[in-house]
Design a binder for this molecule. Sequence first.
Ligand SMILES: Nc1ncnc2c1ncn2[C@@H]1O[C@H](COP(=O)(O)OP(=O)(O)O)[C@@H](O)[C@H]1O
Ligand SMILES: [Mg+2]
Length: 368
Amino acid sequence: MTAQPTALPTLHREEPMDPDKPFIRVENLTKVFHPGKNRRMLGLLPPKSGQKGFVAVDDVSFEVERGQIFVIMGLSGSGKSTIIRMVNRLIDASDGTISVDGKDVRSLAPAALRDYRNRTINMVFQHFGLFPHKSLVDNVAFGLKVRGVDKEAREAKAAEALAIVGLGDRIHAMPDQLSGGMKQRVGLARALATDAEILLMDEPFSALDPLIRKDMQELLIKLQQNFKKTIIFVTHDLNEAMYLGDKIMVMKQGKNIQCGTALDLLEAPADPYIEDFVAEVDRSRVLTAGMIARPTASHSSPPETGGFGSGSSRVPEGTVLHDLLPILATGSQPVEVTDQDGTIVGKITAEDVFSALSPSKRNSNNAA
Ligand SMILES: Nc1ncnc2c1ncn2[C@@H]1O[C@H](COP(=O)(O)OP(=O)(O)O)[C@@H](O)[C@H]1O
Ligand SMILES: [Mg+2]
């Protein structure tokens, strides 16, 4: 008898991952579409040799750390969805590697691939269709039920997610009792309450009207603080990209033309195309206190004089500069910036804010 081949790797995490390795690593990813290939295979078109095909994704590399929101931004047709589909293996890559938690996604055998799709990643589509005959809590808990999570645990998680999106007192309501915007909230709560570690979100908010869209962006950040997923989020809207993204990869004609933080793109756009994009951005509503704060912990000698720390205002790190300005205007002290646990992570002066808001001025706060 032939020896059993060694078991193919699954994406179950039996051992802790190497903390030095990025959670998702994509290298030299390429997709070439061959128009007419299917019809040719069916004999409807004559065979054609030497056909070049259309390069939809061209040698793209990027890394996503666990817990990050990684945004893929670019105009329609730039290859964003094709990347997402390759990560999900809905389509096969033509070249390159995709590794998730150290496992090679492109070589997953059918059983391991099923496992990957069921447990590791969750694809979120534009229309958060709800089950009309299920209550909100059952809607949100549905994904967990499918994955075999017991009733008590899944309902607790669903209730938690619904509370975050402001529907904690209506968990037994039925979808038809909700407005359109509220249904969207339930859909978002459901997406974040699954036990998949990775969410792939392909323009989930693009069809929404601006107010609901803003609401959803804020809720996504709130849910993310609680559920800490690793999210690849696709958008063609740079404001959305900058608001949501810990890192943003800008795509143009299949290529990754810049990958960095919102601040990186604003301060050192790598391409005239990105310059044009960022010229349109309202910096005061995109840059946050957390992005420009000077870290206090790493500062060797915090100035004790001037009473910093006693009478200063504090703002959460997600506060946009637009909301920070009036606070700075009322006091002479730097403002302290806190993380979600209330720990002070840095401070900001009015000068820091003006410097960040001015397009030509380079800001050296930007830790690598
Ligand atoms: N199945 C396919 N066959 C041929 N061309 C495709 C296919 N899917 C996408 N494309 C082309 O690849 C390019 C990138 O598409 P896509 O990834 O959907 O762009 P985006 O999501 O950025 O709008 C587009 O020009 C699109 O027409
Ligand atoms: Mg797309």
